[in-house]
Design a protein. Sequence first.
Length: 46
Amino acid sequence: DEPTGNLDSRSGREVLALLAEASRTRGQSIAMVTHDPVAASHADRV
């Protein structure tokens, strides 16, 4: 739930990049809850 909610913008981007890399390289699915449209824009599906 809100994995980037309490982070500064740089750290938030790093977390989103880490999640995206895990999804791509390890074939993992990521379920994320957020109210942040920027974070949501990184999703393949909403």
